[in-house]
Design a protein around this ligand. Structure first.
Ligand code: 5GP
Ligand code: ZN
Length: 117
């Protein structure tokens, strides 16, 4: 899918908007969230522009698996894999999605309440 010229995360991936990049490869870019909600709060972002989970196709199945495995790897590297961590996709309005380019939140480093707000 083509890059979206008005998409914040496409701009970060293209280097047009600065971000603190903690990991990148040919498929993913991982950045620190600008407004962290936990001691570790990073966003695992595919280079491909996909607006929401509603837009996934079977061809994206491996991509989504790769995103979750990267979250687990980063949690382990940061020493949180046994204490615990949370992985979240917010989708559309009532879930509070604010950037319409899918991203997996990885949060850790404090006790996370349930249910979420
Ligand atoms: P959403 O609400 O769509 O699930 O998550 C979007 C996330 O992107 C929010 O947690 C927000 O703090 C973060 N964010 C918004 N703008 C920027 C930015 O310019 N840079 C970074 N690093 N994070 C951002
Ligand atoms: Zn995008």
């Amino acid at each position: 899918m083509a890059r979206m010229s008005d998409c914040l995360f496409c701009k970060i991936i293209a280097g047009q908007v600065p971000a603190s990049i903690v990991y990148q490869d040919e498929t993913l870019v991982v950045i620190k969230d600008i407004n962290p909600q936990a001691p570790l709060h990073v966003l695992i972002i595919p280079r491909t522009h996909i607006p929401t989970l509603n837009d996934l196709s079977p061809a994206d199945d491996a991509l989504v698996g790769t995103m979750f495995r990267r979250a687990a790897a980063l949690a382990k590297e940061s020493g949180y894999h046994e204490r615990g961590y949370r992985t979240v996709f917010n989708t559309s309005r009532e879930a509070g999605q604010s950037v319409f380019h899918i991203h997996l939140h990885l949060l850790a480093g404090r006790a996370l309440t349930w249910p979420p707000g």
